[in-house]
Design a protein around this ligand. Sequence first.
Ligand code: SF4
Length: 507
Amino acid sequence: MNFNDLEVVLAIMKKAGYGDIVQLPEESDVILINTCAIRDNAENKIWQRLNYFKHIKSNWRKNGTKSSRPPPKVAVLGCMAERLKEKLIEADKMVDVVCGPDAYRDLPRLLSSVEQGQQAINTLLSLEETYADVSPVRIAKDSVTAFVSIMRGCNNMCSFCIVPFTRGRERSRPLESIVREVGELWEQGVKEVTLLGQNVNSYCDLSNTPGIREGEEDTPDEEQRREEEKKKTKKSEAVSDVLSSGFSAIYRTNESGLRFASLLKCLAETYPEMRFRFTSPHPKDFPDDLLLVMREQHNVCNSIHLPVQSGSSRVLERMRRGYTREAYLELVERIREIIPGVALSSDFIAGFCGETEEDHLQTLSIVETVGYEMAYMFAYSMREKTPAHRHDVDDVPEEVKQRRLSELIATFKRSSAARYHSQLGKTQLVLIEAPNKRNPNEWGGRCDSGQKVFFSRAPVPDHQSGDLVDTKPGDYVAVKILDTTFASLRGEPLRRTSLQAFYSEPS
Ligand code: SF4
């Protein structure tokens, strides 16, 4: 998401007359630091970078070669800008501009207003900003994969999470603007698009729904307004065509508007030779019609990120996730029933407030029960301003968090090794992305389930002509899997093919 945001910012800067990206901070007029606030660690790294840039600026005049130009302005963008605006502005001579995630259009003005050494800040959150009309400037111009942001913000209030406070309420781009952007990427040679959003599968395009707006006004105290709305609004019970069965949402879920399944279907049918993935979804937004689109459209990858966070219903309730362990496992069963062979990945938090050994064992057991291909696992790091910060106690000692995290990682590794092993002998369709960095004689790419696959760059038969052809990034190759490691697969290339041809062949 941050990477894509930076591409949006570059487009805005370019339109305002700024030039290209330079390689060194010493060569720049402006240093943009796009930030994440989810964990302490990420913020600590940003403070280190800011210290380094401060050092460059304070030594600017000592270096005669640079004295003809003023030192670069430093702008902090994104979630940390939103969360720590005062602290950043007050930090001694570190930051010139603080610009929140909904204020990027204002960045050129903010930068021009600090010519005389003042500081500038805009961290207003918006109920409508989606940057739908901005065509992002691609940083990795030659890449055959790209990201397209389709919605912003999050209406959930998971108690551990800062995102609703830094990214604001959910709003979705009009479908037409997404189709247009994907079309531009297709023209540029992109073969795989990952649709992005803080809560990507709660996408809901209301632009053609008369009388409905996603919000009326912003207020200074976002959370207070959320809490008031929560009290007014009866919790949505499972609505079969909107929410996953057994899941609830804090906000009333819009039942009108164009939903994620329709967007995915439209994109898949419009660009049948382009692959689509999406991240990061919430488990509550997997109604059957979305799963059916995933099954029926050959170019929508059969891989789902299904963040569970904890395997204990008690902890899930405290986290305000809106589901129980049982509902989550039922959803997994339903997903596998509709999409056999689907690859699942998840996020886990070790040592959340009040987590007992029994809760932790429940999390280990859900890892084994589900069998994930991939997992992102972290020790809990309490964030100021979150509901947990106000209502819970961060009472699991750090060494216990770390021990539980190690056990979680070990359990996941054992379980995922079996998943990788089960690929042996199967033929996977791989989109070539780039040479293997460790062995330039091999290509690296991803198969439908998102696993990394490496294979020889030797010529292969073309599926239509049968002639031996050299392959290149952007080609789809059928690869027979012969070997696995913990995090990748290795195989023998069989033929160059196309998405439609591969999936129409008898398996
Ligand atoms: S769904 Fe929960 S964890 Fe995900 S961004 Fe929203 S509040 Fe954070």
